[in-house]
Design a protein around this ligand. Structure first.
Ligand code: PRX
Length: 658
């Protein structure tokens, strides 16, 4: 195991001593969607049968001839099956007893809200699908989406899926450059954006960023702009290229037949950070993805017909794709979408939304829970949270303190907590409690979902055994697994499937305890997890060295009380450039400009040299030791071991570099 995994493991030793266990109440178990423990054994014995049964809950235009074709690492699920994701998420419900049921409840920044029934959503999606067609989009064409959390974002995605045009949603907090890079990698033909987005009363300049990105995107032909902030954003519309959403849909028909898609046709691309500077376009396909996300959503969140479900993620991330849009809507479930932040206009905002809509299922990130802890119990205490039944977390390990706080103050010691482990690549939740079955332990994501096989291995494909740390590996395919990296199948093989024969390498460290419970120990590669967002150290380093004052930079993730990890940059300046507080701020701003606010370094530390091996490789693990105030690890491979001790001394003297 790498040094990073080893330290993560050490710091989590305390966590593993966590002995408390929370079985589901008898009352919950009795009403749960899944209450028979045999489900695990049944899925183990007949993986394909298990998923085929689940797939029957969807509407297929043509049924599959084979459940799974697995030539590792290439998977085909529901071979020859034909379906349409939007038909399954919207149309079929609009034609059923659910037609007047709320599909999307949207809560905007204070003062704004909108509810779309399944029938209304169908009409809106059809109109926009026809707009896309009139702009020249055809099956297979990629459509980029760069928007805030407005209903049109979900409508746009579903419209793309309706006509078979894969979408590539780029998180609205990314910079113009990041957007450009993603548009170009996907070779998108159309971009959908907003004039701006509301954020804590201020405006995110989405259209202005898009314009900047579009100076270098030769494939984009048309741009559709949703009016969200109006006069609050000064925007320019380019004739012949830019169109207003409301003008286009006003004249569009609300009838549109779904495009029959092969189960293996691409549904979307979503970019995520890897260990290099270039983001990876994770490819998800139609059939298996929809089966995987809808099944996990129904079982893990114990979804009932009249539930109101709220996942607080942004749709710009995979959590929003799978568990705000596709999973819930495929299940005909009411899904809440919230535009703003948890502390605007005040720190009770989330709880006021739970009370307002009588939310039953609530799914958020540990980083948010740690903020709530800081803000104090008085905020949730003011609101009626009695509607909540199941509460969940995702995105990073949850520390037992935060888990217990969540249990007491939000779940009111009544709601099962589901700590769900998964990734952009996995498409669906893979390690998780089932709320009617699993006795949870604070800090553990518990067990693989039925049919999922996870192992913890050493570097040589050997199981490490109970209690020992190792690499988390998945040894069986699952339906929502990604199929490739867009345009780079070699990277798909190299990065995920070449470490262990026929097994998927997750990039996470983990440990299994005597009860078979999984404890996630964080990333073992150069990927940071900052407030639940994946950011590669290399991307931030590239942004820093792009600044004219910087000679060299090394970036590490450093323990942060609320965000899990913060970003620390060690920077050497070019000859003759003087270090200053102003320059630090400038460098931080430069990273924001290059990548986006989520990658803003917390600390910048100027140094005249960086610890390197004799082959000139920067030793990040030593920088991590320094930043965390730990005893320095092995320095024997360094070209000049004195560099590190000097750096450590300097770091301690100056205080964390900020
Ligand atoms: O390190 C794991 C962490 O988040 C990574 C995946 O990030 P991303 O692709 O952005 O997807 C996040 C939302 C699915 C994983 O490699 N992670 C995610 N969930 C958990 C987690 N770590 C511990 N516990 C979790 N429940």
């Amino acid at each position: 195991m790498s040094d990073k995994a080893a330290t993560a493991q050490e710091s989590l030793e305390a966590l593993l001593k966590e002995a408390r266990s929370f079985p589901p109440s008898e009352e919950f178990r009795r009403q749960a969607n899944v209450s028979d423990p045999m489900i695990y054994e049944a899925a183990r014995q007949d993986l394909e049968g298990f998923w085929a049964e689940e797939a029957k809950r969807l509407d297929w235009f043509q049924t599959w001839s084979k459940v799974l074709e697995w030539n590792a690492p290439w998977a085909k699920w529901f071979v020859d099956g034909k379906l349409n994701a939007t038909y399954n998420c919207v149309d079929r419900h609009a034609k059923s007893f659910r037609r007047n049921k709320a599909a999307i409840i949207w809560e905007g920044e204070p003062g704004d809200s909108r509810t779309l029934t399944f029938e209304a959503l169908e009409r809106e999606v059809n109109r926009f699908a026809n707009v896309l067609k009139s702009l020249g989009a055809k099956k297979g064409d990629r459509v980029a989406i760069y928007m805030g959390m407005v209903p049109e974002l979900a409508i746009a995605m579903l419209a793309c899926a309706k006509i078979g045009a894969p979408h590539s949603v780029v998180f609205g907090g990314f910079s113009a450059e990041s957007l450009r890079e993603r548009i170009n990698d996907a070779q998108a033909k159309i971009l959908i954006t907003c004039d701006g987005g509301w954020r804590r009363g201020g405006v995110v300049p989405l259209k202005a960023n898009a314009d900047e990105a579009l100076t270098g995107t030769p494939t984009i032909e048309k741009v559709v702009v949703v009016e969200r902030v109006g006069k609050a954003a000064q925007i320019a519309m380019k004739p012949g290229r830019d169109y207003w959403w409301h003008e286009l849909v006003a004249n569009a028909s609300d009838q549109c037949d779904p495009e029959p898609m092969d189960a293996e046709d691409m549904l979307y691309i979503l970019y995520t950070s890897g260990t290099t500077g270039k983001p990876k376009g994770v490819v998800h396909t139609t059939g298996g993805y929809l089966v995987g996300t809808s099944t996990t959503h129904r079982m893990i969140f114990d979804i009932k017909e009249d539930d109101v479900y709220w996942c607080t993620a942004d749709i710009g991330w995979v959590t929003g794709h799978s568990y705000i849009v596709y999973g819930p809507l495929a299940n005909g479930c009411t899904t809440v979408m919230y535009e703003g932040s948890p502390d605007y206009p005040d720190r009770g905002r989330f709880w006021s939304i739970v009370a307002k809509y009588r939310v039953n299922i609530f799914y958020t990130a540990p980083t948010a829970i740690r903020s709530f802890m800081r803000w104090g119990t008085e905020w949730p205490a003011k609101y009626d949270l009695s509607s909540l039944r199941v509460i969940g977390t995702v995105g990073e390990p949850i520390n037992p303190e935060a888990w217990i706080w969540y249990h007491q103050n939000i779940g009111r010691e009544r709601c099962p907590i589901v700590d769900t482990w998964w990734q952009t690549e996995t498409g669906m939740i893979l390690i998780t409690p089932l709320p009617g079955l699993t006795a949870t332990k604070p800090g553990s994501a518990t067990q693989p979902f039925p049919g999922v096989e996870a192992e913890v291995l050493d570097g040589k494909d050997r199981s490490v055994g109970p209690g020992a740390g190792g690499y988390l590996v998945l040894s069986k395919p699952w339906p929502a697994m990604f199929r490739t990296i867009y345009g780079d199948p070699d990277r798909y093989v190299r990065q995920y499937w070449s470490q262990y024969d026929g097994k998927y390498f997750t990039g996470d460290g983990a440990k299994v305890d005597e009860d078979g419970y999984f404890w996630l120990l964080g990333r073992v590669d150069d990927v940071m997890n900052v407030a639940g967002h994946r950011i590669s150290t290399y991307e931030v380093e590239s942004a820093l060295v792009d600044h004219p004052a910087v000679a060299e930079a090394a970036v590490i993730g450093k323990t942060h009380e609320v965000k899990g990890q913060g970003i620390a940059g060690f920077v050497t300046l070019k000859e003759g450039i003087r270090a200053s507080a102003k320059l630090k701020d400038e460098l931080k701003q430069h990273v924001v400009k290059k990548i986006g606010p989520i990658a803003r370094p917390d600390d910048i530390f100027f140094t005249s040299e960086l610890p390197k091996t004799r082959s000139a490789k920067i030793m990040r693990r030593l920088l991590r030791d320094i930043a965390e105030g730990r005893v320095l690890g092995d320095t024997t491979t360094l070209a000049d071991p004195a560099v590190t001790s000097r750096l450590k001394r300097q770091y301690e003297e100056e205080g964390k570099g900020d």
